[in-house]
Design a protein around this ligand. Structure first.
Ligand SMILES: NC(=O)c1ccc[n+]([C@@H]2O[C@H](COP(=O)([O-])OP(=O)(O)OC[C@H]3O[C@@H](n4cnc5c(N)ncnc54)[C@H](OP(=O)(O)O)[C@@H]3O)[C@@H](O)[C@H]2O)c1
Length: 232
């Protein structure tokens, strides 16, 4: 079911995006990666997801290379945990741009192709933080709750075109994401939590493979998973 699917992944230079690219590629998929550094072969396209034109160009590049796009994985994201009183406005704004606008631009870029093909699948990345909140997590949780809102609205809107919509909500997965926590006093505790709790990025890649590997008439809408020893 995976072989020959054309899959575009944003934020693929590290973490679950890079691991999913490896996993799907090994299963025979044709992956086209959006990363903040591009490569000349066209399979890795320099893409800042906050720039709508760059995201449109990434998807168009996949269609030019392979004639179609089957899966759009809106994965790029930042996790700027900090309490309101620290007033870390710049990183909050950046997270809103990457985590929300980046997904809107990715969806908008793929949708015309999916409609024309009358097939396609969005995979949007939420989080356990899109299902529960903690102090310091207002902006991150807001962006990740919004993934579920945006994806469910999208799911309903694109039904007539035979398009599938999946939200994946991971718990702690071992990636570079703790590095996006910069706030003094927060970064160290998040790093400790990840060191003690996180599971390998392949856990996420296997969820993606499951969701996109289903028969065309099966639409896996939500997957929520955690490390077995993660409390919330
Ligand atoms: N790991 C977890 O525990 C966990 C749990 C729940 C949800 N998630 C979600 O999983 C997704 C992937 O994160 P990850 O855990 O794999 O972390 P990661 O290793 O830090 O990967 C995040 C990726 O997003 C990219 N990115 C950041 N800003 C970007 C921009 N403006 N344009 C394009 N790409 C940009 C980064 O590229 P550069 O490195 O080049 O900046 C990087 O490749 C995120 O949406 C995150 O919220 C992760």
């Amino acid at each position: 079911m995976l072989s020959c699917k054309v899959v575009v992944i944003t934020g693929a230079s590290s973490g679950v995006g890079a691991e999913t690219a490896r996993h799907l590629s090994a299963a025979g998929a044709k992956v086209v990666l959006g990363a903040q550094i591009g490569l000349p072969d066209g399979a890795v396209v320099q893409t800042d997801v906050t720039d709508r034109q760059q995201v449109t160009a990434l998807v168009q590049n996949a269609v030019n290379l392979h004639g179609r796009i089957d899966v759009m994985i809106n994965n790029a994201g930042l996790m700027p945990l900090s309490p309101h009183e620290m007033e870390r406005f710049d990183e909050r704004e950046q997270a809103i741009d990457v985590n929300i606008k980046g997904v809107l631009w990715g969806s908008a870029a793929a949708l015309p192709h999916f409609k024309q093909q009358r097939s396609g699948q969005f995979v949007n990345v939420s989080s356990v933080a899109g299902h529960a909140v903690n102090p310091g997590g207002a902006i991150y949780s807001a962006t990740k709750y919004s993934m579920r809102v945006i994806s469910e609205v999208l799911r309903q809107e694109v039904k007539p075109y035979n398009i599938r919509t999946t939200v994946i909500s991971p718990g702690a997965v071992d990636t570079e994401v703790p590095g996006s926590v910069k706030a003094d006093g927060v970064a160290a505790s998040v790093a400790d939590f990840y060191r003690d709790t996180a599971i390998p990025a392949n856990s996420f890649a296997r969820c993606v493979a499951f969701a996109i590997g289903q028969p065309e008439n099966v639409d896996i809408n939500e997957i929520l998973f955690r490390p077995t020893n993660q409390q919330r």
